[in-house]
Design a protein around this ligand. Structure first.
Ligand SMILES: CCCCCCCCCC/C=C\CC(=O)SCCNC(=O)CCNC(=O)[C@H](O)C(C)(C)COP(=O)(O)OP(=O)(O)OC[C@H]1O[C@@H](n2cnc3c(N)ncnc32)[C@H](O)[C@@H]1OP(=O)(O)O
Length: 302
C-alpha cells in the first residue's frame, strides 16, 4: 500500500495493523472504497467481511464461486477471519452468509477428497476440524443467514452457529447427505446435528442422507426460522439484536457450558480422527464412489 494511501486512512485503521493487511489482500481500490464509505471492510480471497449496519456486528460472506465448496484455502481463510473478528473488541456478533447466488456452501470440496496423497488428506482434514472447533466454540454470536443450498459440510458450518435463518426457496435444500455419496459423517458431524435436532430425527436424517426443503428443515429444527429471501438479512439482524442484548460474559459462559463437552470429544482424539479419515478416504471403493458422484454432478448440466 502506498504511503499516501496509508496517510489517508482513519486513525482507527492505523491502530489495527491487520486492518492494513486486509486492505492489501483486497486490493487498493476495494479497501479504499470501504474506508471512504466510513465502513471498515476487509477480506481475503474467499471470505469477505464487512461491518453490518448494526453496531458490533460483522457480515462474513463466503465467496468461492461457483458453489462455495470448502477447499483448504476457504477453510483456512474462514478461521483467520473469525479470529480477527474475535480479537477486534469492536465486534460481538457475526452474520455468516454467501456471496454466491443460490448456494450457501456445497460442502467440502470434493476435489480435496479425490486423488490426493495421504499428507494432503491429513492437512485438509485438520483444517476441517479447525474450522468446526473454532466456529462451534466462538465467543461471538454467530447467526447463519442461509441464502442457498446447504448440503453436507455446508450444513455442518451452519450448525456451528447459534441461530440459523433460511431463505424460503424450494431449491435451498439442507442436510448431511454424506451417506448418499457412500461416505460416513464422522462422530462430530453426528454430534452437531444431534445436538440440534435430537436423537430420533438424527437417526433418520443422517442414515437417509436427507436434504430437506425449508419447511421440513424448520419442522425438524435444523433451522430456527424460514423467511422470504428479501427479508433474510433484516431477520438475521433482528435475531442478532436479541442475542446481543444479553451480557457477553454470561452468554459466553453459558454457550461454553453447553458446547465444550461436544468439542472435547474431538479435541481428545484429533490425531486418531485424522488417521481414520485418511485411511477411510484412501480406500479404492470410497475413491470410486466419490469419483462417480463428482462425474454425475458435472454431467448434470449436459
Ligand atoms: C468410519 C468413519 C470414518 C470417518 C471418515 C470421514 C469420511 C468423510 C466425511 C466427509 C464429510 C463431508 C463431506 C462433504 O461435504 S462432501 C460434499 C458433498 N456435497 C454435495 O453433495 C453437494 C454437491 N453439489 C450440489 O448438489 C450442487 O452443486 C449444488 C450445491 C446444489 C449447486 O447446484 P448448481 O446447479 O447451482 O451447481 P452445479 O452445476 O451442480 O455445480 C457447479 C460446479 O461446481 C461443482 N461442485 C458442486 N459441488 C461441489 C463440491 N462439493 N466440491 C467440488 N465441486 C463441486 C460441480 O461439479 C460443477 O462443476 P463444473 O462447473 O461442472 O466443473
Amino acid at each position: 500500500m502506498a504511503l499516501t494511501a496509508v496517510l489517508r486512512l482513519p486513525a482507527r485503521a492505523l491502530l489495527r495493523p491487520w486492518a492494513l493487511l486486509r486492505g492489501v489482500a483486497l486490493g487498493r481500490t476495494e479497501a479504499a472504497a470501504g474506508i471512504r464509505n466510513g465502513a471498515r471492510r476487509f477480506g481475503s480471497q474467499h471470505v469477505l467481511v464487512e461491518p453490518a449496519a448494526a453496531a458490533g456486528v460483522a457480515v462474513m460472506k463466503l465467496r468461492n464461486p461457483p458453489v462455495n465448496s470448502l477447499s483448504l484455502e476457504l477453510l483456512t481463510e474462514l478461521v483467520i477471519s473469525l479470529e480477527k473478528l474475535e480479537n477486534d473488541k469492536v465486534f460481538r456478533g457475526v452474520i455468516l452468509t454467501s456471496d454466491c447466488p443460490s448456494v450457501f456452501s456445497s460442502g467440502l470440496d470434493l476435489r480435496e477428497l479425490c486423488g490426493r496423497n495421504p499428507a494432503r488428506y491429513a492437512e485438509f482434514w485438520k483444517a476441517v476440524q479447525e474450522m468446526w472447533l473454532r466456529f462451534y466454540l466462538s465467543n461471538l454470536v454467530l447467526v447463519a443467514a442461509i441464502n442457498g443450498a446447504c448440503p453436507a459440510g455446508g450444513c455442518l458450518l451452519s450448525l456451528t452457529c447459534d441461530y440459523r435463518v433460511l431463505a424460503d426457496n424450494p431449491k435451498y435444500l439442507m442436510g448431511l447427505n454424506e451417506t448418499l455419496l457412500g461416505i460416513v459423517a464422522p462422530f462430530w458431524f453426528k454430534d452437531s446435528i444431534m445436538n440440534t435436532i435430537g436423537h430420533r430425527a438424527t437417526e433418520q436424517a443422517l442414515q437417509l442422507g436427507s436434504l430437506l426443503p425449508p419447511a421440513e428443515a424448520l419442522q425438524v429444527g435444523m433451522v430456527d426460522q424460514v423467511v422470504p429471501e428479501d427479508q433474510l438479512l433484516s431477520t438475521a439482524l433482528s435475531v442478532m439484536a436479541k442475542w446481543l442484548a444479553v451480557p457477553d460474559h454470561a452468554r459466553q459462559l453459558t454457550k461454553s457450558m453447553i458446547r465444550q463437552a461436544t468439542a472435547d470429544r474431538l479435541l481428545k482424539q484429533r490425531d486418531a480422527d485424522i488417521q481414520n479419515f485418511v485411511s477411510f478416504i484412501s480406500k479404492d471403493a470410497i475413491q470410486k464412489s466419490l469419483q462417480t458422484y463428482l462425474e454425475k454432478l458435472k454431467q448434470k448440466k449436459g
